[in-house]
Design a protein around this ligand. Structure first.
Ligand code: ADP
Ligand code: MG
Length: 611
């Protein structure tokens, strides 16, 4: 009966299911000794478990046929039971440590692999996939895989071995009795499958409602000023209360499922027991089996409860794990579309040809006829741009919002990919320079000032080697934030983020600039990097930076005239096209796009001064 119920597991879909687990092979190989010893311990425990009923049978039969030695013999049987129990306890500990430890290692390996892989994926991947979803899914999926490769493996091996052994012993006692006693078994298997699935779903819902609740509470306190300012306390309270009620409701649902599970199981396992007592009892009376056999049989039937449930549970664990693995594989198969150049033929030592050829001159950029279109967008974001920037030049890029400034700047460190033969850095096509080499040359500060929940020092040094405290302070000074940091209680070691200090927008921007200054890169690219500080401060900081970097190449986007004025050259973009170029004075004289932008800017700055 048991084997019939277990049949769907071993049919074709099972093979397809297992195939998804293929990437886990490496962990199974790595942990092979732990697994071998763990599984052997598991088998030993199973063996001891099936011996127990034999010891009981012996004891009962001794009682039935009383002799003068019965007392001491019974004592011996008791001793054996105690010894078996102790050994079982010991080896159960061993297999739990080793096999569940293995599943934790699978979890860790998979998480590292996935995270490492995600780091290599292009920005376009993160634009089409919501990061929050990605993380939530990854956590649930990796959990399901851990369960499958730990408890799933145990339930499969333990359930089938113990099940087959117990049924074997039962059959050796009486074949017909065994077959009849097993009639309720398939029901137990199927019910377990249904109930465990419902339980794990319920458990997941409880977890996710709990995280919704925590998030709601966190938000309520983080936004307490806004809530109070708008008199929204009662409204916010209701929102938290609703989440709380949902959490309780989901918990109750789960509790109900759990409450149903064990009583229902007991009914069906006891149905088997009833059959045995009725029928087996008659056999014992008629003498075709001994009273010891009768009791042993009942013990085996009892022992069989877990394998029956394990069979139902294991299909769930493996199915869920397999579905999760399929989703994880899909992410792992996602290829980084911006990749390093492939070494050309004839370069036998595997070094990339352009790496050694990089000219000692540093700081030149050349763009030849660059057009770029975002996927799914109608218009080109950049149209046939040509631009040459020489070493130690400072070039400003100006244009209205959406004119393509950020797009142009992101192309240079290949945050967006371009056609071959369009963008050259220091004389080499950027498509042929290894990404690491290219990005090591460029200090890039984007529009959004992103800081990590870490110390100020770590946020600025950013894992780079060989940066002294003096370098760090110089960079912070040039970014105009050193004094403010030294004013903090913990100075450079102040923690930022959720559990630390919160900085203002302007402070964040200046810290991210310091991050790009501390490496003293040949290229510095600032994309509207000081929009949140006032005009005066921006001017001061830029003067500092440009003085420090007078012999290096700087590419700056800003909407502030005072900033733009310091550039050697101004390039004007309009709807993705390079429309004007020159010095501030020549462009004003031209009376085109730049002149108009300048007018608007002057008025805006006047307004800013007033307020
Ligand atoms: P700017 O920095 O000058 O404000 P951008 O380079 O950000 O301009 O944008 C240029 C154009 O490309 C705009 O029309 C903008 O809508 C579009 N664009 C920018 N980023 C994306 C993106 N990730 N996906 C699709 N379109 C984009
Ligand atoms: Mg921009």
């Amino acid at each position: 009966m048991n084997s019939r119920a277990a049949k769907p597991i071993f049919s074709f879909p099972f093979a397809a299911m297992l195939k998804n687990f293929q990437p886990l092979r490496v962990y199974f190989v790595q942990n092979r000794w732990a697994l071998v010893i763990g599984l052997l311990s598991l088998l030993l425990v199973d063996l001891l478990q099936v011996i127990i009923p034999l010891v009981i049978k012996k004891a009962i039969d001794l009682l039935v046929t009383q002799t003068p030695e019965t007392g001491s013999l019974l004592f011996r049987q008791g001793g054996i039971i105690v010894a078996i129990a102790l050994t079982i306890a010991m080896f159960r500990y061993v297999w739990r440590r080793l096999i569940l430890g293995h599943s934790r290692k699978v979890e860790q390996g998979l998480r590292n692999r996935m995270y490492g892989h995600l780091q290599t994926l292009p920005l376009s991947f993160f634009q089409k996939t919501k990061t929050g979803d990605l993380m939530a899914r990854a956590i649930n999926d990796i959990n399901a895989v851990r369960m499958a490769s730990g408890m799933g493996l145990v339930a499969l091996v333990d359930g089938s071995v113990l099940g087959i052994a117990a049924i074997g012993f039962m059959m050796s006692i009486d074949l017909k009795l065994t077959l009849i006693a097993l009639i309720p078994a398939p029901v137990v298997v199927i019910l377990t499958k249904i109930l465990t699935r419902r339980m794990s779903k319920g458990f997941e819902t409880v977890q996710s409602t709990f995280s919704d609740l925590t998030e709601r509470v966190r938000e309520a306190f983080a936004g307490i000023r806004v809530i109070k300012a708008h008199n929204r306390e009662a409204w916010e309270y209701t929102r938290v209360k609703t989440e709380g009620e949902r959490y309780i409701a989901e918990n109750m649902k789960l509790a109900k499922t759990l409450a149903v599970f064990f009583p229902v199981m007991t009914i069906f396992t006891n149905a088997g027991l009833a059959i045995v007592i009725l029928l087996g009892g008659r056999y014992a009376i008629s003498g075709s089996i001994t009273p010891g056999d009768f009791v042993a049989f009942i013990s085996y039937l009892n022992l069989l409860t877990w394998p029956m449930m394990a069979m139902g549970w294991v299909t769930n664990l493996l199915q869920r794990g397999s579905a999760s693995m399929r989703r994880i594989n899909r992410i792992l198969e996602e290829v980084p579309d911006i990749t390093d150049p492939v070494p050309s033929q004839g370069v036998s030592d595997g070094t990339l040809p352009e790496e050694s050829n990089l000219k000692p001159v540093e700081g030149a950029i050349e763009i030849r006829g660059l057009s770029l279109k975002y996927p799914g967008q109608g218009d080109d974001a950049l149209k046939n741009i040509c631009l040459k920037i020489n070493t130690s030049e400072t070039v400003a890029v100006v244009g209205r919002v959406g004119s393509g400034k950020s797009t142009l700047l992101q192309v240079i460190p290949r945050l967006l990919d371009v056609q071959e033969d369009t963008v050259f850095v220091d004389g080499s096509d950027i498509r042929k320079i290894p990404l690491k080499t290219l990005r090591e040359k460029i200090g890039f500060v984007s529009q959004e000032a992103f800081l990590f929940s870490d110390t100020i020092r770590n946020n600025v040094v950013f894992g780079r080697d060989g940066i002294s405290d003096q370098d760090l302070k110089d960079a912070l000074r040039a970014a105009g934030i050193l004094e403010e940091i030294q004013g903090l209680e913990n100075g450079l070691d102040t923690m930022l983020g959720e559990r630390g200090t919160t900085l203002s927008g302007g402070q964040r921007q200046r810290l991210t600039i310091a991050r790009a200054l501390v490496g003293s890169f040949p290229f510095l690219i600032l994309d509207d990097a000081l929009s949140m500080v006032d005009t005066r401060t921006e001017e001061g900081i830029l003067n500092q930076i440009l003085d420090r970097r007078s012999n290096k190449t700087n590419l700056i986007v800003s909407h502030r005239v005072s900033t733009i004025r310091r550039a050697d050259r101004i390039v004007v973009l309009d709807r993705g096209e390079r429309v004007e170029e020159g010095t501030h004075d020549s462009l004003i004289a031209l009376g085109g796009v730049y002149a108009t932008l300048y007018e608007e800017q002057i008025q805006e700055e006047a307004l800013e001064k007033e307020t």
